[in-house]
Structures are given as structure tokens and as C-alpha cells.
Design a protein around this ligand. Structure first.
Ligand code: ZN
Length: 321
């Protein structure tokens, strides 16, 4: 195979947001949304804080929403330079189910709307105001987690996409369509949709609104979005391209479950390029993912101290069935 046609970027890997209340966060994402907690670890740059990973049953890239729950931090504001909405893909026939479920658990949600002519979606928020959506569609062949509180026929398949508030639309778009392997697949008003493949899990909607204020980090906001790359060779190609364009990528950083490079794109959004491997079973068996606190080797010696600092987490899936 000609290596020049190999894609360097193949979609969204994970999205990481900030939270202010650990237990509320666990209850909402494992309980109300029915995602599987596939990893309970710490922020590798700040090990006194959890890093919680929610995903499908296996932690497939493109389904992984993660949080740094900083107890007591300030609320953030959404604005330019941020991922403003994280969209999940659910089956078309699950609409009435989710409306009823959101009413049952007191979730704030908007009326169902349409965009791009026929795309049916519902905007909602978690308890801390993080911008979320369900996109109802019949184009997603991915398997949901089968043992969660939401019946598999209605459950979340993974991400549908992400909405990015672009302060510098032209430059942000050019970066995506350059060595980041995205193409423009649709437009609706000031919403420009880019994707690595025209299927759920890889849509990045840039909203061209240069005059909007910049957002501020805090709970209820996204910290960064990670794009997936097949391996270290493709990651190195993207990194070199980014460096050549003066965007100052970090060196490759070992994140235990993937290798990462970070940089700010021209509109100020923090991007990460994360490898598909080695994945979340590198330190736990598939059937017990997320059950124990996993620490990377550099923090294992401080386990007692770290466990004493972190708040206790209760996983109570049964109340959400
Ligand atoms: Zn990340």
C-alpha cells in the first residue's frame, strides 16, 4: 500500500472537560447517560485530582469523554477558543426514550431541532452546565455498552462530533484540512462541518463567529479535544507539520493508554493528537475496566498518599435502570 495515502488523523479520540463535583459527575455520566466508567486514574500532571474516563464498553477511541473533577473550582464560561458542545450519537428511534429519561432525572434539555436539512438533535447540559447534545440518526454501526443502565437499543454509540467556537475560522479550517486530514462535508449558516470520514464519530463543526468573547476555563467547560492517529509514525508526521506552522507542539508525552502531543490551534482551542494504542486494557482486564484506581508507574509509590486525598466515589448503576 502506498504510505502517502495513509491518513494521519482518523477522527476524534477523546474529549476532556472540567468538573467541580466528583460524585455528581460519576452519577450523571454512568447513571443518567449510561456510559461505562472505563478508567479511574489521576491527572498525570496533578495527581491529587482524578482523571475519570467514560466511554462505550471497551473504551473505543471516538467514544471517550473524560473529566478532571476539581472540587471547588469556579464555573467556567463558554466562548471562543473552546469546544462548546460535545455530541453523542444515539439511534433515531430512541428520541422518546431520552426525553422521558431526561424528565425522570431532572436534566435540562431543549426542544428537538434540525440542522443541515435533516439532522435531528437535542441540546442538553449536565448538572454543571457542560454543553452536550444527542444526535438521533440511523447511520451508526458502532456497538454501545451492553451492560449499562440504558437498554442497548437506545444507548449512546459514541461521539457524533464536537462543536468548536472558532475565533480565527480561516486558519482553523486550513489546519484541519491540511495535514489533519479533514474535509468540509457540510455547511449550514455559520456552521462548517469537517470530518475525516462522513460518519458519526468524526464530525468537527467550526462555528465562524469571530466577534464572540473568549471562554474561560472552569467547571462546565471543555479543556481539550484529542484527535486519533493510528500510531507513532503518523503522530510524528502531524507533529512535524504543526511545528513547521509555528504552533509549538509539546514533545510526545506518555499518557499510559496513549501517547500524546498537545498544541493550541490558531483560534486558541487546545488540541491533542493521541495514538490509538496501547489502549485501556494495558493495566486492567476488559471485564473490570474502571473498577480500581489505576496509577501510572511514576505515582505508584505514592499510592497511599494519593488515595487519602481523593474523594470516595460510589458507582450506583442500579438506581438508573
Ligand atoms: Zn487528552
Amino acid at each position: 500500500m502506498d504510505s502517502s495515502i495513509k491518513k494521519n488523523i482518523t477522527g476524534i479520540h477523546h474529549i476532556t472537560a472540567l468538573a467541580g463535583n466528583t460524585q455528581d459527575n460519576v452519577d450523571f455520566y454512568t447513571g443518567v447517560l449510561g456510559l461505562r466508567m472505563i478508567k479511574k486514574t489521576v491527572n498525570f500532571d496533578d495527581p491529587g485530582v482524578y482523571h475519570l474516563y467514560y466511554a462505550d464498553g471497551q473504551g473505543t477511541p471516538g467514544s471517550v469523554l473524560t473529566f478532571f473533577p476539581y472540587e471547588g473550582i469556579r464555573k467556567g464560561t463558554r466562548g471562543n477558543g473552546q469546544v462548546s458542545t460535545t455530541s453523542f450519537s444515539v439511534p433515531l428511534e430512541s428520541l422518546a426514550y431520552w426525553e422521558q429519561r431526561f424528565r425522570r432525572f431532572g436534566v435540562q434539555f431543549d426542544n428537538v431541532r434540525e440542522r443541515f436539512g435533516s439532522e435531528v438533535f437535542m441540546a442538553f447540559q449536565d448538572k454543571e452546565g457542560l454543553g452536550l447534545e444527542l444526535v438521533f440518526n440511523d447511520r451508526d454501526t458502532r456497538m454501545p455498552w451492553a451492560d449499562g443502565p440504558v437498554p442497548p437499543s437506545y444507548a449512546i454509540r459514541g461521539f457524533y462530533g464536537a462543536e468548536v467556537l472558532a475565533a480565527a475560522f480561516d486558519k482553523s479550517a486550513k489546519l484541519l484540512t491540511g495535514k489533519m486530514d479533514h474535509t468540509l462535508v457540510a455547511q449550514d449558516g455559520n456552521r462548517f462541518r469537517f470530518a475525516t470520514a462522513d460518519s458519526p464519530g468524526s464530525y468537527v463543526d467550526l462555528l465562524d463567529q469571530p466577534k464572540k468573547a473568549f471562554g474561560h476555563g472552569g467547571y462546565g467547560t471543555v479543556h481539550h479535544i484529542a484527535f486519533r492517529t493510528p500510531g507513532s509514525d503518523t503522530q510524528a508526521q502531524v507533529r512535524e507539520f504543526i511545528q513547521r506552522h509555528g504552533l509549538h507542539p509539546t514533545p510526545v508525552i506518555d499518557r499510559q493508554y496513549f501517547q500524546s502531543v498537545y498544541f493550541r490551534e490558531p483560534g486558541g482551542v487546545l488540541y491533542e493528537i493521541a495514538t490509538d494504542g496501547p489502549g485501556f486494557t494495558v493495566d486492567e482486564e476488559m471485564q473490570s475496566l474502571g473498577e480500581s484506581l489505576m496509577l501510572p508507574p511514576q505515582y505508584e509509590g505514592r499510592r497511599d498518599h494519593i488515595e487519602a486525598i481523593l474523594p470516595e466515589i460510589h458507582l450506583d448503576i442500579k438506581s438508573y435502570i
